[in-house]
Write a new protein. Structure first.
Length: 256
C-alpha cells in the first residue's frame, strides 16, 4: 500500500498572500489544478463558483489532481502529516481538504489503518452514472432548442473532438466531459453545473482507474454530433429522451 509524502526543502518555498507558505513544487501544481481538464469549457471543472484562494481548497485541488492523474490509486494511504510536510504548510488545511474529499467519496478512513483512497464498488459506480443521467436529462430539457442553436458552432466543434478520438484513452474522457458540461452550462443554472462538476470528477476517477466498463466497439462514430443536431430542434420531452439514450449504454453494460 503506497503512502503519499516526500521530503521538502526549507529553501524551496513561496509566500502565499494569505500568510501560509507553499513549497515551489506545490505552488506549480496549484497553478495547474484549476485547468486540470484542459479541453474548452472544462477549465473550471474542479472549481465551483469563484476561483479558490483558501489554502485548504488549494490542497483539495492538489490532492484531487493526483487522484485524477492516478498518482494516488484506490487503496493508497494518504497521511495528512506527510502531505502537510510535503507542501510546507500546517496540518489544519490538509485535514480540512481531506475531510471534504472523504465527504465526496474519494477518500475513506479505516480503523487502525488511517485514510486511504476509496475503492468504489460496482453499486457506487452505477449510482454515479444514474445521477449523471438524471442531471443531464434535466439539462437537456432546459437547453434544447434556441440555446443549443445559438451555440451550435462551439458545441459541434466539441462534439467532433469527442467523436474523432479513441474512446479508450483519457483525452477522449476529458473531451467528453467538456462537451457535456457545455450543454449543462446552457441551462443557466449554476446549481446544476456544480452538481455536474462533482459527478464528472467521479466519472473521470472511475475511468482512469478502469472502474467503468469498456466502451462498446459498436458505438456510433457520430454520437455527439448527432446529439447536438437533435437538441437543436427537439422539444423538452424529445431532448430528455435523446440524452437518456445517449448516456445509457455504459450503465446497461454495468448491469449485465
Amino acid at each position: 500500500m503506497a503512502a503519499i509524502g516526500g521530503a521538502r526543502s526549507h529553501g524551496d518555498r513561496l509566500a502565499h498572500p494569505a500568510g501560509v507558505r507553499l513549497s515551489a513544487h506545490a505552488a506549480r501544481n496549484t497553478e495547474a489544478n484549476c485547468c486540470l481538464l484542459t479541453m474548452p469549457a472544462a477549465s473550471s471543472i474542479l472549481v465551483t463558483g469563484a476561483l479558490r484562494t483558501k489554502i485548504s481548497q488549494q490542497v483539495y485541488d492538489w490532492l484531487l489532481r493526483r487522484l485524477l492523474a492516478r498518482e494516488l490509486k484506490p487503496g493508497d494511504q494518504v497521511n495528512r502529516r506527510q502531505v502537510a510536510e510535503q507542501l510546507g504548510i500546517s496540518v489544519a488545511p490538509v485535514l480540512e481538504a481531506m475531510v471534504q474529499l472523504e465527504w465526496e467519496g474519494f477518500l475513506h478512513t479505516r480503523p487502525r489503518i488511517g485514510t486511504v483512497v476509496a475503492q468504489p464498488d460496482a453499486q457506487k459506480v452505477l449510482g454515479r452514472m444514474i445521477l449523471r443521467e438524471a442531471l443531464e436529462a434535466q439539462a437537456a430539457r432546459l437547453c434544447c432548442g434556441a440555446p443549443v442553436c445559438q451555440h451550435r458552432v462551439r458545441l459541434l466543434d466539441l462534439a467532433e473532438r469527442v467523436d474523432a478520438s479513441d474512446a479508450r484513452v483519457e483525452a477522449n474522457w476529458r473531451a467528453e466531459i467538456a462537451f457535456h458540461r457545455s450543454l449543462v452550462e446552457l441551462t443557466g443554472c449554476q446549481e446544476l453545473v456544480d452538481a455536474f462538476d462533482q459527478v464528472a470528477r467521479h466519472s473521470l476517477f472511475h475511468a482512469v482507474n478502469e472502474l467503468l466498463p469498456p466502451p462498446s466497439q459498436k458505438r456510433d462514430p457520430h454520437a455527439h454530433v448527432g446529439l447536438v443536431q437533435v437538441l437543436m430542434t427537439a422539444g423538452p420531452d424529445q431532448a430528455e429522451a435523446a440524452m437518456r439514450r445517449h448516456l445509457e449504454a455504459r450503465r446497461v453494460s454495468l448491469l449485465t
